[in-house]
Design a protein around this ligand. Structure first.
Ligand code: KMH
Ligand code: ZN
Length: 304
């Protein structure tokens, strides 16, 4: 029997969605982001997906100077692949969102494959201290909260980033985004093998039902054949069930406080490393190995 490929664990350390009022574990100072990223790497994360936040209030920032406050420490302390977000905030242009990647030229960065509504699921109200008012905060302002990723934006980002040879984590929140990706490959924006992150459970994208994972995977097989590698991200309570299922289907997994503040049903995670350790234990107990950073470099054909 052919040896199974090891499972790449990505960890998304802090993101732009959750707020520090929702969990004490969510890192937002440079020290906390660096410490949690280093601990996640030691726990088994081969890839670290990073956003920056304002240390004074935990709000989102895409200022490259803010990334500079924690990136050197993480690079000095770990061998994990650095993956910078180009999603940033819903308020910024694509030029602003790719600025940190242009400055630091990491091995990887995210690339969001379509425009969409983008919201917390209303069930997020269950989080501790969650002061969320659906009508006031989202429905009334829904014009402001469009996540813009037009084809022109994708073309612009790909052409500016081309000299950096950065591998994209193609964030696909719905089946249509797979077709967008195929189109962009056909017009020469991306090189195979592409790395697709199938995302389930963001309101505005496809829902967290395992049927949808099978459907996304089957559609990707049809569109990309051998030209893609894949990983799964389930938002909120879908994180561990989807990661477990994906790892059993031959896929890779993404965990981290960016995507879920929980470690198990109704229980807040203490750290990113706790989520990495949990999915690592599940993957290993079910008979697979986890990938080292160098395995990830080889599987995804990173510039290294
Ligand atoms: N927060 C995730 C659902 C990005 O940073 O570009 C998607 C994400 C986007 O990670
Ligand atoms: Zn992100």
């Amino acid at each position: 029997m052919a040896k199974k490929q090891p499972v790449i664990i990505s960890c998304a350390i802090t993101g732009a969605i959750h707020t520090p009022t929702m969990s004490d574990a969510l890192p937002y100072t440079a020290d906390d982001i660096a410490n949690q990223a280093i601990a996640a790497s030691e726990a088994g994360a081969a890839i670290l997906h990073l956003h920056a936040r304002r240390p004074e209030d935990g709000g989102v920032t895409i200022d490259p100077d803010a990334f500079a406050t924690f990136l050197p420490r993480i690079k000095a302390a770990t061998d994990s692949v650095i993956n910078l977000s180009t999603g940033g905030s819903l308020m910024n242009t694509i030029d602003e969102r790719i600025a940190p990647t242009l400055r630091f030229s990491p091995e990887m960065c995210s690339m969001n494959m379509g425009s969409m509504n983008f919201s917390f699921h209303p069930l997020a109200k269950r989080y501790k201290d969650w002061k969320f008012d659906w009508e006031r905060d989202y429905v009334a302002n829904s014009d402001t909260y469009i996540f813009r990723n037009t084809f022109a934006d994708l073309e612009n980002a790909a052409s500016q980033l081309a000299p950096h040879n950065v591998k994209f984590e193609h964030e696909c929140y719905d089946v249509g985004h797979l077709y967008n990706l195929r189109f962009c490959m056909d017009i020469g924006l991306y090189k195979a093998p592409v790395f697709i992150q199938f995302i389930f459970g963001i309101l505005g994208g496809i829902g967290p039902d395992i049927d949808n994972l099978i459907f996304m995977k089957r559609t990707a097989d049809r569109l990309f054949g051998d030209d893609y590698r894949w990983s799964v991200l389930g938002a909120g309570g879908a994180q561990m069930p989807f990661a477990t299922t994906a790892s059993q289907m031959g896929g890779n997994v993404r965990v981290g406080l960016e995507d879920s503040l929980l470690v198990s049903r109704g229980k807040l995670a203490e750290s990113n490393a706790q989520q990495v350790a949990k999915i690592r234990r599940i993957v290993e107990e079910l008979g697979a190995e986890i990938a080292t950073p160098d395995d990830a470099r080889e599987i995804l054909q990173l510039k290294g």
